[in-house]
Design a protein around this ligand. Structure first.
Ligand code: 13P
Length: 336
């Protein structure tokens, strides 16, 4: 087994998942201001450190995706943040793209940037302790989107990023995210997600990326958030599995879903059903941002010194997600 494959399995095995705590300062500021906490670098560190020193880091969280600011910060315990994460047995990771910008000649769509100077930045992050990385391509659905141009250019960037990450001995998370915004049907989401993922693998293979050393981070197959054609969680799970079975090469060891605006409970329930029906060899787990942190953030904002209380909320959420990653979650467990 390759070292990259070992890292992947360390992050994803035994129901473990990923805590996506890599919000850029702009996004984190929105999250903190929405709960009336000033977005200072001390407050951003305090909230994140509270999660990173919780009990569930040992049993549930296999990897944490950090943002550039956080990977360079030092915890109260005097450990660096990557050391704090590694001490609990989890793997530190880092978001390396520099954000989605307007795609020239398709003004309503985005292309993710960050390839220039990436090799040098990757080497620096490796020295700081990172062993996996993330890059997110973002796509919208409408009658004309995602366009071929957006599908092609984002897949190309994801593949160039992935080969550089592997060259620097880090596992790339390949994240093509189709946004939930819009009134499209689940069937549209299925078709577009299949097209996007197929193109990503075509490019990854062309760039000679070792598929046994990547993690795919896709969206689940859902109707648009303003669609009136709602479907059941069972249907979401079945469509998601069908899409991934048809478009992901079998060498890929694991798939870790983003939550993409689902509530904590929805994201947990859908992941649970995906695992109950999972008849593939892929590990299917979570790489959630909002669906792991929302409740903890709300609680913390009322008293930012209440570390223990905040950790209890986070531990519960992480436990629920880890049960779901094994198909062992049930709604009654939420109220316990
Ligand atoms: P959400 O789970 O909040 O969608 O965040 C995951 C993520 O990393 C998006 O890039």
């Amino acid at each position: 087994m390759s070292e990259l494959n070992n890292i992947t399995l360390k992050i994803l095995s035994n129901g473990k998942g990923i805590l996506a705590a890599d919000e850029s300062t702009g996004t984190m500021t929105k999250r903190l201001e929405s709960v009336n906490v000033p977005s200072t670098s001390e407050n951003r560190l305090l909230f994140r450190e509270t999660l990173f020193s919780s009990e569930s880091m040992k049993n549930c969280i296999g990897g944490v995706i950090l943002y550039d600011e956080t990977i360079k910060q030092t915890a109260n315990s005097k450990k660096t943040i990557p050391e704090l994460i590694s001490t609990s047995g989890a793997v530190p990771g880092i978001k390396v793209d520099t954000g989605a910008k307007i795609l020239a000649n398709s003004t309503d769509e985005k292309i993710t940037e960050g390839l220039d100077g990436l090799r040098e930045r990757l080497k620096e992050y490796y020295k700081l302790g990172a062993r996996f990385t993330k890059w997110r391509g973002v796509y919208t659905i409408s009658d004309k989107y995602p366009s071929k141009l957006s599908i092609h250019s984002n897949a190309h960037a994801l593949a160039r990023y992935s080969s550089l990450a592997q060259e620097c001995k880090m596992v790339p998370i390949v994240e093509p995210e189709i946004l939930m915004d819009g009134n499209h049907s689940a069937e549209d989401c299925f078709n577009k997600t299949s097209e996007v993922i197929n193109k990503c693998f075509e490019e990854l293979i062309l760039h000679k990326v070792d598929l046994t050393g990547i993690i795919l981070k896709p969206n689940m197959i859902l109707p648009g958030s303003s669609s009136d054609k709602k479907i059941t969680s069972e249907e979401i799970a079945k469509l998601t599995l069908k899409c991934l079975k048809e478009s992901v090469p079998t060498e890929v060891p694991g798939i870790a879903f983003l939550s993409g605006g689902q509530s904590e409970k929805e994201a947990t329930e859908n992941l649970n059903l995906i695992n109950k029906h999972n008849d593939t060899n892929f590990i299917m787990t979570y790489s959630y941002g909002r669906a792991l942190q929302q409740g903890a953030l709300k609680f913390w904002s009322k008293d930012i010194q209440n570390i223990k209380g905040t950790q209890e909320i986070f531990n519960h959420r992480a436990n629920m997600c880890t049960l779901a990653a094994q198909g062992k979650w049930s709604a009654e467990l939420e109220t316990k």
